[in-house]
Design a protein around this ligand. Structure first.
Ligand code: S3P
Ligand code: PEP
Length: 440
């Protein structure tokens, strides 16, 4: 599925600067936090203020989904010209159709909310969204007392038939394909009559920091969550309070920018890097350090400095799997071999990311092998060519990283990056044109 906006369907020649970088790049808010705050705000008993939320395709789809269920979400002018979101909850109503686009957070987090509405809510999304796994969420909701019509494939499209309340209770599911299955049930679970207890039974759950994020944001909203046992999470039935929150910058989206300092030499600073965070993208600090960068976290932000020399690494990205495309691109520029393991489940992300990365890196000359749960990448001379993106924002970012060192890389359908960072190419070109410690 190409970019939803045909005007954005452009091929982008990824710039090759040929010099060291020296830039400060201010990044928009976290997708994962913005979409959790929106859901919790829609379920709360009073209005919420989301400060500096991410505005991208995934978060606009989430806002639209919740609006269609009755929630009021209004722009609220803030200092510095930015727009916050004032979210006013209301009784949840059905009769809506939710467009999930290609957003995992929308297709998984909204059905448990729609189950609390009275009336039918239909869900569908992009063609590629129709193959993303959903079955464990649908089956779990049925166990918790919700009626759902689907064609039995456990994917979009489907219809949730709510009657205004959900019984809730205990449910066991296999969340080895996505942590979002667990997060989805927990986020709405406080509003279920019996709350919810989710047990995971299966191979290890990926992306666990995202479940910690769900638990932390729920507690911020006043929910009682017990996560003291491995693979079991309990949310007590309770009201949720409105939130007034500053959304942290998206640390996974920061990864390609920080990588530029390692790959080109020089330094890149991302301001407002949180000292404490549940974002999985925080792992980029250790990853870039292992690949040869100097990484410094201060109150001002995170600074990465490099010489242009990149070390290969052996990394298990099971907990931070959304970093895989960018890390694979950096690894393709390294002087020694790399192994990325623990990410079998990213075959069910926006696209089959392992197949896409193996194909596209290979086309540019990389010595890359797809394994059951990751990639092996050995040094090889790379050359220019078209880097296809498969409607995957992180493939655009991976192509940009390759272009830093490989002339004539053309990133096909770069507009698809709008899923989480519509201003990506602008920020990228500005970063590369800065000749001093300029502020973006
Ligand atoms: O809950 C979330 O916000 C997310 C959870 C993770 O999903 P998976 O567990 O499917 O990897 C992550 O990769 C995705 O980008 C965002
Ligand atoms: C896997 C990702 O997204 P989603 O929330 O759609 O699962 C991602 O952003 O890398």
């Amino acid at each position: 599925m190409p970019s939803p906006d045909p005007a954005a369907r452009v091929d982008w020649p990824a710039p090759t600067p040929g010099h060291a970088v020296d830039a400060t790049v201010t990044l928009p808010g976290s997708k994962s936090l913005t979409n959790r705050y929106l859901v919790l705000a829609a379920l709360a008993n009073s209005p919420s203020m989301l400060r500096a939320p991410l505005r991208s395709r995934d978060t606009l789809l989430m806002a639209q989904a919740l609006r269609s269920l009755g929630t009021r979400i209004e722009d609220s002018p803030a200092q510095g010209g930015s727009l916050d979101w004032l979210v006013t909850p209301a009784e949840l109503v059905g009769g809506a159709t939710v467009d999930c686009g290609l957003a995992g957070t929308v297709m998984r987090f909204v059905p448990p909310v729609a189950a609390l509405a009275s009336g039918e809510v239909r869900f569908d999304g992009d063609p590629q969204a129709r193959v993303r796994p959903m079955g464990p969420v649908l089956d779990a909701l049925r166990t918790l007392g919700v009626t759902i019509d689907d064609d039995g494939r456990g994917t979009l499209p489907f219809t949730v038939r709510g009657n205004g309340s959900v019984r809730g209770g205990d449910v066991t599911l296999d969340a080895s394909e996505s942590s979002q299955f667990v997060s989805a049930l927990l986020l709405a679970g406080a509003r279920y009559a019996e709350g919810v207890t989710v047990h995971h039974d299966g191979k290890p759950v990926p992306s666990e920091p995202h479940i910690a994020m769900t638990v932390e944001t729920l507690r911020d909203a006043g929910a009682f969550v017990d996560d003291s046992d491995a693979n079991t999470w309990r949310v007590e039935p309770s009201e949720l309070s409105g939130l007034d929150v500053q959304v942290e910058p998206d640390l996974s989206n920061a990864a390609p920018f920080l990588a530029a300092a390692l790959v080109c030499g020089g330094r890149v600073t991302v301001p407002a890097w949180p000292q404490h965070t549940t974002q999985a993208g925080d792992a980029v600090r250790d990853i870039l350090d292992a690949m040869g960068a100097d990484v410094t976290l201060t109150r001002e932000g995170l600074t990465v400095a490099g010489t242009g020399e990149v070390n290969g690494v052996d990394l298990d990205l099971h907990d931070a799997s959304e970093l895989t495309p960018v890390v694979a691109a950096i690894a393709a520029l390294a002087d020694s071999p790399s192994v990325i393991r623990g990410v079998a489940h990213i075959r069910g992300h926006e696209t089959d990311r392992l197949a896409a990365l193996a194909r596209e890196l290979g086309t540019l000359g990389s010595n890359v092998t797809e394994t059951d749960d990751g990639l092996r990448i050995a040094p090889a001379p790379l050359h220019g060519g078209t880097f296809h993106t498969y409607a995957d924002h992180r493939m655009v970012m991976a192509g940009a990283v390759l272009g830093l060192r490989v002339p004539d890389v053309v990133v096909e359908d770069s507009g698809t990056v709008a899923k989480t960072l519509p201003e990506f190419t602008t920020l990228w070109e500005r970063m590369l044109s800065s000749t001093g410690p300029a502020h973006q």
